[in-house]
Ligand binder design. Structure first.
Ligand code: 1CP
Length: 356
């Protein structure tokens, strides 16, 4: 893929902690059910997984929020559960039920059978999606590729579906830690190869979603989640093709680990809304950029409140480089798209540096 610089490179500059004219902004789940045009494309596709597996449709929904709002980055439309699906667990989404696996991990034999998928074979549709989107973007904004963290993928693979506490995988960690490590290791190698393939296909930054890191007590967080994030960073850094691709780690609910996460070798850390950016920044120092962290529920408030909270978030980060504005988690389906516009415009309005 060509290395032509994007026309709008605020996002990539902020990741490198370089000065920017305005704070870049993108929103987790920016392509999704709160947009009527997304719901229309999904209805045409029939179901969510077909949407993910059809590169032209995945490209269409990736671009939808960019056509509406002045966003500074695109994110590949896909899901974190593509890897376990490619490993043979049989992913399906039933209406209103969320993801489910036909063949969840239940025995040590299930773990021993797992193999690292070849991204250009079993996950070819994702790589074709990245290539199609990158071409369609034509340099407008950079494209983010992503994967789930090994821990978060293990949560779904062992439980077989979404859960509030993912008690099965937690029991596995306490009862058979060696088996849990064998599972996490094969997932981590799969994630690293998958992310490297996305970069080769044209993704200009990579993000790892550790949505369920916060379920673990501190010692176990280091042992079962952070250790594998570090392994992914190391594998990507040791590959000349991915060494310079910015890497964002987002461990939700794990703010007490920001310092050690900043030492894993990532470029930036996502921050949820339960800590101020001021404190997060003080704790990570100059080691990484920060991405976040407005409470997604603020989008249910009035435009005046949204604008005031955007300003408060920008002030909390303070002056200096290294901030990417985002929510502290994904935008929810009940949000009025007009409120997203208010947020995006306010980020640029209040962060404009007149002499930049
Ligand atoms: O249309 C629909 O009904 C499906 C809803 C949906 C969407 C829009 C799902 C099912 N996944 C997605 C897309 C998606 N998922 C993206 C696209 C890019 C974007 O615009 O941000 C991304 C990055 C994800 C990642 C993802 N999937 C995560 C990690 C991020 C997070 O939100 O914490 C997780 C945990 C999933 C699993 C998943 N996929 C879908 C659902 C409803 C869930 C959560 C299941 C649960 O635990 O309840």
């Amino acid at each position: 893929m060509s290395q032509i610089a994007p026309l709008n490179d605020r996002f990539l500059r902020a990741l490198k902690r370089e000065p920017v004219d305005k704070t870049p902004v993108w929103i987790m789940r920016q392509a999704g059910r709160y947009l009527p045009e997304y719901r229309a494309t999904r209805a045409r596709a029939g179901d969510f997984l077909t949407l993910c597996k059809t590169p032209e449709l995945a490209c269409e929904v990736t671009l939808q929020p960019l056509d509406r709002f002045a966003l500074d980055a695109a994110i590949l439309f896909s899901d974190i559960l593509t890897i376990p699906d490619a490993m043979g667990l049989g992913l399906h989404f039933s209406e209103g039920e969320g993801p489910q696996f036909a063949r969840p991990i239940r025995t040590s034999a299930d773990i021993n059978r797992l193999a690292v998928p070849d991204p250009e074979v079993e996950l070819r549709y994702v790589m074709d999606g990245v290539r199609t989107i990158r071409h369609a973007l034509a340099g407008r904004v950079p494209l983010i590729g992503f994967a789930g963290s090994p821990w978060t993928l293990a949560c779904y693979m062992v439980e077989g579906r979404g859960s509030r506490d993912f008690a099965r995988v937690k029991a596995l960690c306490w009862n058979e830690p060696e088996l849990a490590h064998r599972l996490l290791d094969v997932i981590a190698r799969s994630v690293a190869i998958y992310l490297a393939a996305q970069a080769a296909a044209g993704a200009q930054a990579l993000m790892v979603f550790d949505t369920w890191g916060g379920l673990l007590p501190p010692m176990q967080f280091h042992e079962f989640s952070q250790r594998y994030l570090g392994q992914i960073a190391l594998l990507l850094q040791s590959d000349p093709n991915t060494r310079d691709v910015p890497l964002i780690f987002f461990s939700k609910g794990a703010n007490s680990h920001l310092e050690t996460l900043a030492d894993t070798g990532c470029t930036a850390l996502g921050v949820d809304w339960t800590i101020s950016l001021e404190e997060a920044r003080r704790r990570v120092g100059h080691r990484v950029a920060l991405q976040g962290n407005l409470d997604p529920a603020v989008l249910k408030a009035s435009p005046d409140v949204i604008r005031a909270q955007v300003q408060a978030t920008l002030r909390s980060f303070g002056n200096g480089p290294g901030h990417i504005f985002n929510l502290g988690h994904g935008v929810t389906p009940d949000i009025d798209p007009e409120n997203v516009r208010v947020l995006v415009d306010a980020v640029h309005e209040f962060s404009g540096h007149p002499y930049a």
